[in-house]
Write a protein that binds this ligand. Structure first.
Ligand SMILES: *Cc1c(COP(=O)(O)O)cnc(C)c1O
Length: 269
């Protein structure tokens, strides 16, 4: 319902991998997709039981809260992207990793800059993944507006949900105890390609996040054993999802035009 990792499926996958593939199982990486926090309570139990590391992908969920606590502060690591289109976006690429663990923090600092502990000596095989100071300076300013912009996204989402409630579209659900940040507002319909074309004809942009699931990407397909069987939920969703325009600067006129277009399309069904 909320597009996140299913704890029951995760538990089944961990059980099945634990036989014979112990050791290969290292970390669990739930994605707070579209800015809706994954329910981590059940996942944390599974992670502890199998001695795994929990890494939260917060690339779409800056500022979102689960039971009042910000995402990125539950796992051993929380990863953030500042790609320009994210809720907190730089003027180019950037990202950050949050952790409370000093050893992991030291490891991440090593990896981000050639594995250097002291200058010009690589202790591990690192990379160049520094956040440019000019981007950090911009982000520090934009961070002050993040909560307000997220509130605006929540308001727009609530208005979409009210305006489209009587249509056959499946609208995004919101779990109890979470404060999502609506990086995307994702509706579902079997004929979403037609809906997208209808919107495009009226100059309204919509996107599919994402058309090809990770395990179906040519680079990864067949490389990873899927211990819980085919990912039918993910594959089904990939065929039905469509992201409607949402961002803090969306005007009332743009919102109204989008709702009118969606409703006009529904009337053609
Ligand atoms: C954008 C995004 C990433 C990648 O972030 P980069 O800054 O491009 O590396 C990872 N996960 C999710 C869910 C994202 O939306």
């Amino acid at each position: 319902d909320t597009f996140g990792m299913d704890p029951d499926a995760l538990a089944a996958a961990c059980e099945s991998l634990a036989d014979g593939h112990a050791g290969q199982l290292k970390a669990v990486l739930p994605v707070h997709i579209y800015g809706h926090p994954v329910d981590l309570s059940a996942i944390q139990g599974i992670v502890e039981e199998h001695n795994l590391i929990l890494i939260e992908d917060c690339a779409q969920a800056h500022g979102a809260r689960l039971k009042g606590q910000r995402v990125g502060s539950f796992g051993a690591l929380g990863t953030f992207s500042f790609y320009p289109t994210k809720n907190l976006g730089a003027l180019g690429d950037g990202g950050a990793i949050a952790t409370n663990d000093p050893e992991l923090a030291a490891q991440v600092r090593l990896l981000k800059e050639y594995g250097w502990q002291e200058r010009y000596v690589s202790h591990v095989a690192g990379m160049n993944s520094r956040l440019d100071p000019i981007q950090a300076a911009m982000l520090a300013v934009k961070l002050q507006h993040l909560d307000d912009e997220n509130a605006k996204r929540r308001e727009i989402a609530a208005r979409y949900t009210a305006a489209l409630a009587d249509t056959p579209l499946i609208l995004p659900a919101c779990a109890d105890n979470v404060e999502p940040v609506y990086h995307q507002y994702v509706v579902q319909h079997e004929q979403r390609d037609e809906l997208q074309q209808f919107l495009r004809a009226r100059n309204i942009g919509s996107l599919i996040h994402y058309p090809v699931p990770v395990h179906k990407q040519p680079a990864y397909e067949g490389r990873v054993e899927l211990p819980a069987g085919p990912l039918t939920v993910t594959e089904g969703l990939a065929k039905r999802i469509l992201s409607l325009p949402i961002h803090a600067q969306l005007t009332d006129e743009q919102f109204d035009r989008t709702v009118a277009a969606v409703r006009d399309w529904v009337a053609t069904l």
